[in-house]
Ligand binder design. Structure first.
Ligand SMILES: Cc1cc2nc3c(=O)[nH]c(=O)nc-3n(C[C@H](O)[C@H](O)[C@H](O)COP(=O)(O)O)c2cc1C
Length: 238
């Protein structure tokens, strides 16, 4: 008889106790993970997809949303731009994270100075690009389950183009969304995915594709990730 089966006098051996403790700890860890997973599900479908354009060259504006130069979202944008340029499109990339863009003040002063916004900052450089772009690409890291503040400021500054009395409009009629984050769960992107969907409905923009990249956090960690090839394909098919 082996020692693990008991001590013979009714007491449980130390080894057996330890294995029970190990099993209980493992079960508790699995239950904890399952709880974390299922207690935070989302009704929003977060799916990556791409569509094929009609083939004609177009003007594309990519708004990136990170302060990190050559970080993960920058590399996504770069891959997209490479594919798009190779396909003959004109691509401008505007890194909102490296520009001075103040938040919209909701002052209703839009167009009162002959330009979309009364604020004097880098939106003065951005708005001509917005007015000539046909396809607008939002490329942001996930910050607190949302768009980064940098890119959100740029979105909010598009408010003048939603006003009835606007002097000019954006040419944009279609958009794409590229996002990356540290989370391994697609549902972490549910917030911005839904905001993007609603924004498109409001502006009647056509959704040309979405790409959500999970599990990238460290600087440049996206290098070698097949998502870069997907982003390039999205650009090529723009
Ligand atoms: C302020 C801040 C908030 C973040 N919030 C989240 C988050 O809610 N979920 C997530 O998965 N990653 C989050 N991250 C991680 C970034 O999304 C991730 O590191 C991403 O790859 C950064 O892209 P970048 O290199 O283009 O800046 C956050 C990072 C920062 C700096």
């Amino acid at each position: 008889m082996s020692q693990e089966k008991g001590t013979g006098d009714g007491r449980v051996s130390r080894r057996k106790l330890l294995s029970w403790a190990g099993l209980t700890a493992a079960l508790a860890a699995v239950a904890g993970l399952a709880y974390r997973h299922f207690s935070a599900t989302s009704a929003v479908k977060v799916e990556s997809f791409m569509t094929r354009g009609q083939g004609q060259a177009k003007n594309i504006l990519v708004l990136t949303g990170s302060g990190r130069v050559q970080g993960n979202s920058d590399r996504l944008a770069e891959a997209f731009a490479k594919g798009a340029r190779e396909a003959g499109h004109t691509v401008n990339v505007f890194p909102t994270g490296r520009h001075n863009l103040r938040a919209c003040m909701h002052c209703e002063g839009c167009w009162s100075k002959g330009k979309p916004c009364v604020l004097a900052d880098d939106f003065d450089t951005l708005f001509p690009l917005l007015e000539q772009a046909e396809l607008l690409v939002f490329c942001s890291p996930l910050y607190w389950y949302n768009f980064s503040g940098h890119i959100k400021a740029a979105m909010d500054r598009m408010y003048p183009y939603s006003k009835k009395e606007r002097l000019r409009d954006m040419r944009v009629h279609e958009t794409m969304l590229l996002m990356c984050g540290q989370s391994h769960f697609l549902r972490s992107f549910a917030g911005p995915a839904e905001a993007y969907r609603q924004m498109l409905g409001y502006k009647r923009w056509k959704d040309r594709g979405r790409l959500f990249v999970t599990g990238v956090d460290e600087f440049g960690e996206i290098a070698g990730n097949r998502a870069l090839r997907t982003a390039e394909d999205m650009g090529r098919n723009a």
